[in-house]
Write a protein that binds this ligand. Structure first.
Ligand code: PXG
Length: 458
């Protein structure tokens, strides 16, 4: 009966009901009400979404950086159905396990960078990062160094929206609630060449940007630092691409001061940069690797923390209970869906498609926009790209107020059938990784038209 009710409600009725009872993430609720309610999405197929107005959208964001295999893959629903019938839930606490989580752990051990062989499960990227923090602090305490508690993150980082996740973020807006960031989390400068007015292809900039991490360690005292956390490519902060030598030098610094390296692969994992993990793309050997999003292509909420031998070994040898876990850690349905998603990415050659087609094609079509009067820079890798808009191509100044032009372009893109995100004075793209050349052309054509219209109106 409920299904019939859901299917019979008009778009207008749904908007009204949503306004009455739904509090949304990252939403200005007054503005939402003034606009008469949210866009209500009805279904998706491939790289496209449809809303209750019957409008088709090319999803330039892959949901929220996550629908790597695209929408409407029936296999995942079938796997979920079978698993729910067989065992819909059981926990993995207290020495218990089940087949989907065991198989998923084996599969992840084979896929992740060498040395990452043990997996702890959660439901979101934020929970994965919270878990990583608890594991590294627990590790140092077990080593007799409980003073090693500080986690170094970076400006412009996005690591989540729990209290610890938001604290790890380096975006000032994420600290816009009392009490944040929590003590023990600090931020080093990011390798953000566009903003620094530097050349991102310059190895000297790569080394300098990495030295900001060393400077932060010195300021804090090496004996107090537990770990450094970073996204291989910063995603929500605006697709900030590490300059050459950056990750090599950051790793040297971590090793020099015996600081653990947590790599947040929540966006970069599962093909986004043209390899299974961004750690492969940038030759990173993490102690801990956090993953979510593309792990299930968003078909189920699931995340994992891959743990290297150093921390996992200490955990395994330690007597007593690790006091950490979530009811749904290693949920059997989510694990079964993640396994099927990983199979699809592998057997359909999606990683190769990103490397050989999506990356070069996005680079070419978006790259042509670098000459546009509003565009200062186009950058990206694989299936994650950004355009920086600017009022001055020499000084890199944004528009006034900050973000006003990017937001106008974003809004027009939605009107003309392209979903994208505005970040500061930029636009970011992370489409489903199955996107074809023709669909990339469509994306670029809509985007170019919107940039032209906004430029004409300014
Ligand atoms: N790490 C990274 C690198 C992320 O991008 C998280 C952790 C947190 O994951 P959960 O599943 O807890 O949301 C993310 C999430 C945006 C946007 O506006 C990006 C994310 C989340 C919400 C909005 O681009 N990334």
């Amino acid at each position: 009966m409920k299904e019939a009710v859901l299917q019979n409600r008009s778009g207008e009725a749904l908007k009204v009901a949503d306004l009455a009872h739904h509090l949304h993430p990252f939403t200005d609720h007054r503005a939402l009400a003034a606009e008469g309610g949210p866009r209500v999405i009805t279904h998706g197929e491939g790289v496209y979404l449809w809303d209750t107005e019957g409008r088709r959208l090319l999803d330039g964001m892959g949901g929220l950086w996550c629908v790597n295999i695209g929408y409407g893959r029936k296999e995942l629903g079938e796997v979920a159905h079978r698993q729910m019938d067989r065992l819909a839930f059981y926990n993995t606490f207290f020495k218990t396990s089940h087949e989907p989580v065991i198989e998923l752990s084996e599969r992840l051990a084979a896929l992740t960078p060498e040395g990452i062989d043990d997996f702890f499960y959660a439901n979101s990227g934020s929970e994965a990062n919270d878990t990583a923090l608890r594991l590294v602090r627990g590790y140092w305490a077990a080593q007799g160094k409980p003073e090693r508690q500080i986690i170094i993150s970076r400006e412009y980082a996005y690591h989540g929206s729990t209290i610890a996740g938001a604290s790890l973020c380096g975006l000032p807006s994420m600290h816009n609630l009392p009490g944040l960031p929590i003590p023990g989390i600090v931020h080093a400068a990011a390798p953000y060449a566009w903003q620094a007015g530097r050349d991102n292809a310059d190895p000297a900039y790569g080394a300098e940007a990495a030295d900001a991490v060393e400077a932060k360690i010195m300021e804090l005292g090496t004996e107090n630092v537990a770990a450094f956390i970073g996204e291989p490519v910063m995603g929500a902060g605006g697709v900030i691409i590490p300059p050459p030598g950056y990750w090599k030098r950051v790793q040297e610094i971590c090793r020099k001061y015996d600081i653990l390296l947590i790599v947040d692969e929540v966006i970069c994992g599962f093909g986004r940069t043209g390899n299974w993990f961004g750690s492969e793309t940038y030759d990173i050997a993490p102690d801990i690797l956090c993953m979510a999003k593309g792990m299930s292509s968003g078909y189920q909420p699931i995340s994992a923390v891959g743990v290297g031998a150093r921390v996992a070994g200490a955990l395994r040898e330690q007597a007593g209970v690790l006091p950490h876990g979530f009811t749904y850690s290693g949920h059997p349905v989510a694990a079964a869906v993640a396994l099927e998603n990983i199979d699809i990415i592998g057997r359909e050659g999606i990683i190769e498609h990103v490397r050989d087609t999506v990356g070069p094609c996005m680079g070419d079509r978006l790259g042509r926009l670098a000459a546009h009067s509003l565009v200062g820079e186009v950058r990206g890798i694989g299936g994650m790209w950004a355009l920086e808009l600017t009022s001055n191509k020499v000084t890199h100044a944004p528009f006034d107020p900050l973000g006003s032009v990017a937001t106008r372009v974003r809004n027009l893109c939605f009107e003309r059938g392209l979903a994208t995100r505005a970040v500061r004075e930029g636009l970011v793209f992370s489409p489903p990784l199955i996107i074809t050349e023709a669909q990339i052309d469509e994306l670029a054509t809509i985007l170019t038209g919107c940039l032209d219209s906004v430029a004409d109106a300014l």
